[in-house]
Design a protein around this ligand. Sequence first.
Ligand SMILES: Cc1ncc(COP(=O)(O)O)c(C=O)c1O
Length: 392
Amino acid sequence: MKDVTKDTILVHAGRDPRANHGIVNPPVYHCSTVLFPTLDALEEGDRNPHDIVNYGRIGTPTTFAFEKAAAELEGGYRSVNTGSGLAAIATALTAFTKTGDHVLITDSAYGPTRRFVKETLIPYGVEVEFFDPTVGAGISSLLKPNTSVVFLESPGSLTFEIQDVPAIAAAARTVGATVLLDNTWATPLFFRPFDHGVDVSIHAATKYMVGHADAMLGVVTCRDEALWTTVKKAATRFGTCAGPDDLFLGLRGLRTLAVRMRQHQESALILADWLAARPEVTRVLHPARADFPGHALWKRDFTGSSGLFSIVVKPAPRAALAAMLDDLELFGMGYSWGGFESLILPARPAAVRSATRWTDPGIVLRLHAGLEHPDDLIRDLDNAFRRFNDAL
Ligand SMILES: Cc1ncc(COP(=O)(O)O)c(C=O)c1O
């Protein structure tokens, strides 16, 4: 589709009703075995496994529909689906790394991403170095001739540092390193990775793409054919494909992504403003707020913000935190984010850092603004702070 906005791409991408009896949505193919009518057809399938339906794990019309929509939305060459966001990260990191390579990872990366590199890549003989997410062009001093990957997550999904992606990508190019970005927070709507020098964009589609907290899904989108072939071959070797029903939920979620994101954005900003005025809150970590240290970079590179941000609450005994969190009526306490529902989670950034230090003594709470009315969410938080203060 040419010259249309992303809202319109979301509605039409990956659909082909004419190839499916006029039915609006692509069918869900449950498939392992594919039968070939002739030896010629079997051999043609082997020669061209990525474009012909050959075996369930490698690709089906359901897979292709989701991947086509994701690639079109992100503006990349082509996508690869995976069974979770973490599988997308692990597959992409492994695809571009071999024993003896040096890999740079942002210190603000999602905890399980760190765990994967520490417990899998390092034992396989890869040198892994974490770097300060605010390093910018200063990353040059960390690059080595054997740096194969620079992995970014911007903003970091706990503490929200914004990275200078164009500066880091330009430096990485000088040593031929591949730049990978976890773009889950912004979604393809609010950050265009390939316009900012990224080679491979990764999404935990589990979050906003699926949007309803009911499926695990990942997607890797690549700038060009060579990068895509490398990732697709790695995904095929690992067997990291998603199931058809989850792919369908991903595709269905995409149709409403733009309207949901507008609401998540608006509600999060309303909550952030209200929280910033609370005496119990010492800091609000939200990139779209002018008081956030990475705000200027966010303003330069992003076109919106999502529903996920953090606050720092003044130090308090555990009992006060428990009193605050245990009786919330609307905010759920749990992992993940990006669904229709509001969530809150205590976090310990100090425990998941090595290149930088998190020294704030306050309590970090990560919030996801769901699709409830913000007035109701504020009432829930107001009651929570009352319980917190009563327990002090
Ligand atoms: C920023 C980020 N990336 C990746 C993931 C992993 O996604 P999944 O849970 O689908 O494996 C998460 C999950 O919380 C995340 O927050």
